[in-house]
Write a protein that binds this ligand. Structure first.
Ligand code: OGA
Ligand code: MN
Length: 276
């Protein structure tokens, strides 16, 4: 393992900055083990001052998993696995600007999502994250037992989340297709063995076998509960900040507080399993 690696938590519940590893250089297997275990422990792992070229970003991602494709926005011409997450000064919507986990409407949502900041406003454009192990563990035994039998119907086309993709899909991409997948409301992390709450306000429309009307009160309770401040951290980006989050057990919410400024991130997701 590289000497002088240190870690600093971002908040009490999740998130940590890892210092002392230069991701542009060759990484030893020990470095990758250090990164993987810090990521599994902290859910969101942040590196500062990583001015990687797209090829280097992709090389690093490939050490951690298999880069996948995002259905709604095409990738860079030379690097189709890298998409631009951007908001231009004249735009009002920010991509993914709602609490969510990435592409829960797919049969196999990504294991991890990685963002590398390319251009950020002087202030604003932070991203919040929330710990879904903690959200689950703090529920009562009664509610845990109700949820243990439930599956959520996750859709790509709910109005609030569709709006957050509008500027990207209308200008840069093909007409959207609607996706839907049914996943357990409480999933077990295949690597840590821990249970987490797997619903989100952007995608989860109802419980499988329940009507929307029946589902709404309990879903609303879970949506409010899962983003309580004590389960969250907040990341301030600079150019060269790279974050990897565990998309199986963390939610994220990019804050749309920088109208009139440009923000550009490069994103890679790593392919995942069917939630169980
Ligand atoms: C995403 C997303 C977060 C951000 O790329 O999946 O939700 O901070 N973006 O831009
Ligand atoms: Mn997202």
């Amino acid at each position: 393992m590289t000497a002088d690696v240190s870690i600093r938590p971002l908040a009490g519940s999740l998130g940590a900055e890892l210092f002392g590893i230069d991701l542009s250089g060759p990484l030893s297997d020990g470095d990758i083990d250090t990164i993987r275990s810090a990521w599994l422990d902290n859910l969101v792992l942040v590196f500062r001052d990583q001015t990687l070229e797209p090829q280097q970003f992709l090389d690093f991602a490939r050490r951690l998993g298999e880069p996948g494709r995002y259905p709604f926005v095409p990738g860079l011409d030379e690097f189709p696995e890298i998409i631009e997450v951007k908001k231009l000064p004249e735009e009002r919507n920010n991509f993914g600007g709602i609490w969510h986990t990435d592409t829960a409407y797919l049969e196999r949502p990504p294991t991890a999502s990685m963002l590398l900041a390319r251009d950020v406003p002087a202030a604003g454009g932070d991203t919040e994250f929330a710990n879904m192990y903690a959200a689950y563990e703090s529920l009562s035994d009664g509610l845990k037992s109700v949820l243990s039998g439930l599956r959520g119907v996750n859709c790509s086309a709910l109005a609030d989340v569709s709006r957050t993709r509008e500027d990207r899909t209308s200008k840069d991409g093909p007409a959207p297709i609607d996706y839907e997948s049914i996943h357990p409301v409480v999933r077990t992390h295949p690597e840590t063995g821990r249970k987490s709450l797997y619903v989100n306000i952007a995608h989860t429309a109802r419980f499988d076998g329940w009507t929307e009307e029946e589902s709404q009160p309990l879903l609303r309770h879970l949506f409010n509960h899962q983003v309580k401040s004590e389960f969250t951290c907040r990341l301030r980006w600079d150019v060269g900040t790279l974050a990897i989050w565990d998309n199986r057990c963390a939610l994220h919410n990019p804050i749309n507080d920088y109208h009139g400024h440009r923000r550009l991130m490069h994103r890679i997701t790593l392919t995942g399993d069917v939630p169980a």
